[in-house]
Write a protein that binds this ligand. Structure first.
Ligand code: ZN
Ligand code: ZN
Length: 142
């Protein structure tokens, strides 16, 4: 259940980024601040993240058998924390030496600098491929 929760988080992250952070106010306004100035510390998304984690942790206990949902929630939380760590690294200016991280770094740079309607995934480009929002090969950043 933990890996299932982690995979579910990557999809949730994609959907939240694409449809909430780029579509719904006030999340959109807060998120576009991050697009304009990634280095600027943002209080609200941290609160947003804490609310998400709080929901993941408390929801399983509303169910009659909390065991499997609690493990699923652990996977969601691991996904959330990994995403925060990876996203932080993606905003350093030096390209990572790890191949996977370097690819994520290029795609996130593309999302910020070339096309905000593509490359929504932080930890994986899988959901971008599934939903047709991968970076266009002819529009790569230098
Ligand atoms: Zn970013
Ligand atoms: Zn964005």
């Amino acid at each position: 259940m933990i890996p299932a929760g982690f995979v579910a988080w990557t999809l949730l992250e994609y959907l939240l980024h694409r449809f909430a952070l780029h579509g719904i106010e006030p999340f959109r306004r807060w998120h576009l601040e991050h697009h304009r100035d990634p280095a600027k510390p943002l209080q609200t998304p941290v609160l947003f993240s804490l609310m998400l984690v709080g929901a993941f942790v408390s929801l399983p206990f509303a169910l009659p058998d909390a065991h499997a949902p609690a493990l699923f929630a652990v996977g969601l939380c691991i996904g959330q924390v990994s995403q925060e760590i990876v996203h932080h690294r993606l905003h350093r200016t030096d390209s990572p030496s790890n191949r996977w991280l370097a690819a994520r770094w290029r795609e996130h740079g593309y999302h910020h600098e070339v096309d905000g309607n593509a490359a929504y995934g932080t930890c994986t480009g899988f959901w971008d491929r599934v939903f047709g929002t991968s970076p266009r090969q002819d529009r790569h950043i230098s």
